[in-house]
Design a protein around this ligand. Structure first.
Ligand code: M6R
Length: 605
């Protein structure tokens, strides 16, 4: 998730206007920043790695004059944070400047075709856009048509703004699956990734839809369909939001926004080129021993991941809490060991410390993180970016499902290499993964109100227990962690089979049990566990597959989920648990975005 902004102004103030707009978009990405303006027929670019406030000190964007300009605040996906990879990207001769938010899935193939003729300066997927526009303009197309034809060539998601020194009065923008809004003000027209950047400039917005192209001139705005150039009419929408509303996309908190973003973040995660999965999968298949290490939510993804590795790839792996790793395993590491480190922030001290030991022992370090250029990516031999976009709420939500989606993909890639799963089953999981974003969309839509009412009903409960079997014992742990963090409610999480070995002694009616109980191979056993608790007076809240009459009868409250492959259930069943923790926090009047005593990134051991 990056932020883009563009403007066509009556005055020459493009530099400071873009810089202050990018400050408001910085929550969308903050590893690099850049601006381009058109002045005296030339395009000027300033860009660098770092936060806006740091880069502004050395580059002073406010000095950039011009009536036309673009800006970008980056959250790296392809290519580490660096000056070269920062946007805007230019064509070979610096006549065209482009900013992009999204992922170009076919960039490798496009780049291969463009490379013999074009000078590439970055490792990003985005740079192909400026060179494609360049080609079309060289063939005689104007900026509008060159951008439209480019949009038809690129696959994936994009919000792009482009300017050219050949057409000094306009900015062209295109949109597919990444947000883009046009603002119409007295002093200028603008395009922006979201309303937050527009707020001080105008309250009049034109919302772009997927597959549209906009041509912005100071006194004329037009929209056409990318597909066929057909004209599109739009009505002005009045922006009623405050700045903080706008940053949260209209949601009251970042946490709920991020829960709702999961369909998009998983879509972006699944867009990562399969080459990265191939590289990691090969390394894992060649290793004698595999550990998955992480802390907190990322550790829960490791637990689910190790189930996926054994069930799909038939390969043994061990999930380990990073702070325990060195103590227990340092003596058995060697060059035939592979470590997968999971970390949203890429900066968790316990995970980094564990990796230091791993490095000393010459084991391979493979990582999955959301922050490219973070310490953990720098430590790693190979890494995959989660592509979840910045996660601002302290509680990890969308990063958990992205990590798990990557681990599922890895397990499937290994299964192909090892021929470890029958093709039909493998394909079913693969198809399930692809439809996951739309499933999660439906889940959120259908269960949101129900979860809210359950949270209201149980808000005064003394504690909760989260119980699941198999891969969903990881879901139970993660559901418990969300509730702990957001509401400070003492809670337990157990593999459900373990309850009779001690836990059952704690059962009371004011301590509801939440069962994660899809209709999988463990279904009958979990029904027995539900009965064990119910007969001792526990209130039962169950997460079940639709129409599971047996469990419905035993439950005080239940949430029905769509049917899906058993191994994909943690990816969806976690969503009502995230919502439950969130609505409990709201009911208790707590700030879900900033739970007490917690930091988003734990950089001390
Ligand atoms: O950035 P990381 O994934 O390495 O962070 C690990 C934990 O600190 C983190 O998951 C923490 O438990 C979250 N607040 C959970 O919501």
């Amino acid at each position: 998730m990056c932020g883009i902004f563009g403007c066509v102004l009556r005055n020459e103030m493009a530099g400071p206007i873009i810089r202050s707009a990018l400050e408001r978009l910085e929550y969308r990405g903050y590893d690099s920043i850049g601006q381009a303006t058109l002045s005296s027929g030339k395009i000027f670019v300033k860009k660098d790695k770092g936060k806006i406030s740091e880069v502004q000190k050395t580059l002073n964007f406010d000095e950039m004059l011009g009536k036309l300009g673009l800006g970008h605040t980056r959250w790296a996906t392809h290519g580490m944070p660096s000056k070269e990879n920062a946007h805007p990207h230019l064509d070979c001769d610096g006549n065209i400047a482009v900013v992009h938010n999204g992922i170009i899935e076919n960039f490798m193939e496009l780049r291969k075709n463009l490379e013999p003729k074009h000078k590439f300066r970055s490792r990003t997927d985005s740079e192909v856009i400026s060179h494609l526009i360049e080609d079309y303009m060289e063939e005689g197309e104007n900026l509008e048509e060159a951008t439209r034809l480019t949009a038809k060539r690129i696959k994936g998601s994009f919000a792009v703004a482009a300017i050219s020194n050949q057409e000094h009065d306009k900015l062209v923008c295109i949109k597919k699956e990444s947000p883009l809004i046009v603002g119409v003000g007295e002093e200028g027209v603008y395009c922006s990734s979201d309303m937050s950047a527009l707020l001080p400039l105008t309250k009049n917005a034109l919302i772009m839809e997927d597959g549209e192209l906009g041509v912005l001139k100071i006194d004329e705005i037009k929209f056409i369909k990318i597909k066929n150039g057909e004209s599109v009419k739009k009505e002005i929408t009045k922006i009623e939001w405050t700045l903080s509303d706008a940053m949260k996309g209209g949601y009251p908190h970042f946490t709920i926004k991020e829960i709702n973003e999961q369909p998009t973040s998983i879509r972006n995660t699944l867009r990562i080129s399969p080459i990265y999965h191939e590289l990691i999968a090969s390394k894992l298949c060649d290793s004698e021993r595999i550990f998955l290490i992480a802390c907190g939510t990322s550790y829960h993804a490791c637990i689910a991941g190790s189930y996926l590795f054994s069930k799909i790839s038939k390969i043994d792996s061990r999930p380990v809490i990073a702070s325990e790793f060195k103590d227990q395993y340092s003596e058995i590491l060697n060059s035939k060991t592979a470590i997968i480190a999971l970390s949203q922030s890429g900066e968790t001290a316990d995970t980094i410390e564990a990796l230091k030991t791993v490095r000393e022992k010459k084991a391979s370090i493979l990582s999955i993180t959301n922050v490219m250029g973070s310490s953990i990516t720098r430590f790693s031999d190979i890494y995959i970016g989660q592509n979840s976009g910045p996660e601002i709420g302290v509680a990890a939500t969308k990063s958990f499902t992205s990590q798990l989606a990557i681990l599922t993909k890895l397990a499937l890639t290994m299964a192909t290499k090892r021929n470890s799963m029958d093709e039909e089953n493998r394909r079913e999981i693969d198809r399930g993964l692809k439809t996951l974003p739309s499933y999660i969309e439906k889940v959120i839509e259908r269960v949101d109100d129900k979860v809210k009412s359950i949270a209201k009903k149980y808000v005064d409960s003394e504690s909760f227990s989260f119980l699941g079997r198999g891969i969903n014992s990881a879901t139970a742990l993660e559901g418990r962690l969300k509730l702990l963090e957001l509401t400070y409610t003492p809670s337990l999480a157990y593999p459900a089979g373990e309850v009779k070995h001690g836990f059952i002694a704690t059962v009371e009616s004011n301590r509801p049990a939440i069962f994660i109980a899809p209709r999988d191979d463990n279904h009958n056993k979990i029904i027995n566990n539900i009965m064990e608790l119910k007969s001792r007076g526990a209130k039962i809240i169950s997460l079940i597959e639709k129409d599971d009459k047996k469990i419905i009868e035993m439950s005080d409250d239940y949430i029905e989920m769509p049917q899906m492959h058993a191994l994909l259930t943690p990816l969806t069943y976690i969503v009502p648990l995230q919502l439950f923790a969130y609505y409990m926090a709201v009911e208790k009047d707590l700030d879900p975005d900033k739970p007490r005593h917690l930091a988003k990134s734990v950089t001390v051991e």
